[in-house]
Ligand binder design. Structure first.
Ligand SMILES: *[C@@H]1O[C@H](CO)[C@@H](O)[C@H](O)[C@H]1NC(C)=O
Ligand SMILES: *[C@@H]1O[C@H](CO)[C@@H](O)[C@H](O)[C@H]1NC(C)=O
Ligand SMILES: *[C@@H]1O[C@H](CO)[C@@H](O)[C@H](O)[C@H]1NC(C)=O
Length: 490
């Protein structure tokens, strides 16, 4: 009897424990808003919640996203763009103003759970040629001082999201990791400062960019299914570049006396369009591997406790700079409007949930007129004009619309322009080369978009206000109950 009871307790305990470990931990993601037609903030916050994201990173203190994140249960990292590093580095008062306007207000007035301030974004990227090398650390110090002055020193930590190119390995193996010689002293000062303030180091790691930059990069090694030739480093065998890259950083930290420095992965992801390696299949394969990895709770060989990993990114952004490549506008696990690109298992076999309540412009596409000729002298000028205002990155070589015939190719450009211009009158009239159609010209993975109606979203009551409206009676009842409890307690 006694042992039976013991056994049943054990059973209950193991069920409870299993429940705990099976509970999918929250996911973290980047939400950028460089879009001609941004998904409304309230819809985006619901999209985050519906898909289990409880941490989000913003690139700047955009008031709309921040307000919508208030009381959402989502923790926020709010970014400071590189252009602000200079003013923030030269004046403590500027930092105090920034924190007051962009952090304190949103915490106290809107209930936003801000946990981190990201000072700059990859400021030491080699491509920036030392532009932000002098200002980043002083800006970090000023922001930290301002947070303390605002009484937020414990609650909000300042960090600097850095690109993986701040460290390297001469041996080619993770164990050879150390910081880039030109910024090594600076890195050590920054890490010491972060460590003293209980703040983490934030690093962005991009297996995709390694592959994109190097035609000889072993493709399979970028993914997580262990299909590539493993890299043996002493007693450790690496089967994917994320682990190898992360452990190169851990080696660099160990070598400089910061072996237990906490690290956040600020960005990692795979774009779905814009170059041959950026496609739906590879993006799905990488991001599914990444999610499985996050959900497994495993760390890297050298750091078994898993870091917070912010997936890059939530939605596509059609006005991002394409300097790094056409893929820049296609990092989203969702399209720009929150529709699903490819299926993903988010953990516990939960699949992706699309954005709800999105309003679109009318179902009209602008296409090349049947009677217009491909040899019309106005055609090249027309399409290049359209593409200088609208996002035509899907038309490139190896991209989702790269195989269209010449007529459809021109139609794509004209339609993108028409939609980007909100279907305004006169924006589908390229010297009589175009007509409107109600037949969706999309085919074979090439999407002819209809844009979000941003005007309608502004005018219409946002879904959160209308649902709040509906819940007023139950809220009142709740308030009543709370009052009753308090009345009888005292
Ligand atoms: C708050 O942040 C925004 C966006 O980064 C910036 O434009 C603005 O100048 C900031 N406020 C202050 C007082 O610095
Ligand atoms: C497709 O359109 C783009 C952008 O207008 C243009 O650069 C390209 O030459 C076109 N390709 C074909 C096959 O017509
Ligand atoms: C467009 O077509 C109309 C009717 O055929 C004609 O009157 C007009 O001149 C044309 N416009 C241009 C720019 O070719």
């Amino acid at each position: 009897m006694g042992s039976f009871r013991y056994l049943s307790w054990l059973l209950i305990l193991s069920v409870v424990l299993e429940g705990v470990t099976l509970e999918v931990q929250g996911l973290a993601i980047n939400w950028g808003s460089r879009a001609s037609h941004p998904l409304p903030a309230s819809i985006t916050v619901q999209l985050l919640k519906d898909n289990g994201f409880d941490k989000v990173k913003l690139f700047e203190a955009d008031p709309e996203p921040l307000k919508a994140l208030g009381h959402s249960g989502i923790q926020v990292m709010v970014g400071i763009p590189n252009e602000l590093l200079e003013p923030l580095s030269s004046s403590v008062q500027a930092a105090i103003n920034w924190v007051s306007q962009n952090v304190s207000t949103f915490i106290s007035k809107y209930g936003v759970d801000i946990r981190y301030v990201a000072v700059g974004n990859e400021p030491f990227l080699k491509d920036y040629k030392d532009k932000f090398v002098k200002t980043t650390f002083p800006a970090l110090q000023n922001i930290q001082a301002a947070l303390i002055k605002a009484g937020l020193g414990r609650q909000v930590k300042a960090t600097v999201p850095l690109n993986g190119d701040v460290y390297q390995t001469d041996s080619g193996l993770p164990s050879g990791g150390d910081f880039r010689p030109d910024i090594r002293t600076l890195m050590i000062s920054i890490i010491k400062f972060l460590s003293n303030n209980g703040a983490p180091l934030t690093i962005n790691i991009y297996p995709f960019l390694s592959l994109d930059a190097d035609p000889n990069f072993p493709v399979e090694y970028a993914f997580f299914d262990g299909k590539g030739a493993p890299v043996v480093d002493g007693s450790i065998t690496y089967t994917n570049v994320l682990d190898a890259n992360f452990d190169t950083l851990i080696s660099a930290l160990e070598k400089n006396g910061f072996g237990s420095m906490p690290v956040i992965i600020g960005e990692v992801g795979w774009p779905s369009d814009g170059t041959p390696h950026a496609n739906i299949q590879s993006a799905r394969r990488f991001n599914q591997g990444l999610l499985n990895r996050i959900n497994s709770g495993k760390g890297s060989p050298k750091r078994p406790s898993p870091p917070d990993i912010y997936v890059f990114a939530l939605i596509d952004e059609d006005t991002k700079s394409v300097d790094p490549g056409n893929f820049e506008r296609h990092w989203g696990i969702f399209y720009y409007d929150g529709t699903i690109k490819y299926p993903l298992d988010m953990g516990n076999r939960k699949s992706l949930v699309a954005a709800k309540g999105v309003r679109y412009l009318s179902r009209h596409w602008c296409v090349m007129a049947p009677q217009a000729s491909l040899t019309d002298p106005n055609l090249p000028g027309g399409t290049s004009y359209a593409c200088s205002y609208a996002d035509c990155t899907s038309l490139g070589y190896g991209s989702s619309c790269g195989n269209l015939d010449a007529r459809s190719n021109a139609s794509y450009a004209f339609n993108m322009y028409y939609q980007t211009m909100d279907q305004r009158r006169g924006t589908c009239s390229f010297n009589n080369l175009t007509v409107l159609t109600v037949i969706d010209p999309s085919r074979d993975g090439c999407r002819f978009e209809i844009m979000i109606d941003t005007g309608k979203h502004e005018k219409a009551p946002s879904p959160s206000t209308s649902s709040r409206g509906k819940h007023v009676p139950s809220l009142l009842v709740l308030l009543h109950i709370v009052t009753l409890i308090f009345c009888c307690m005292y």
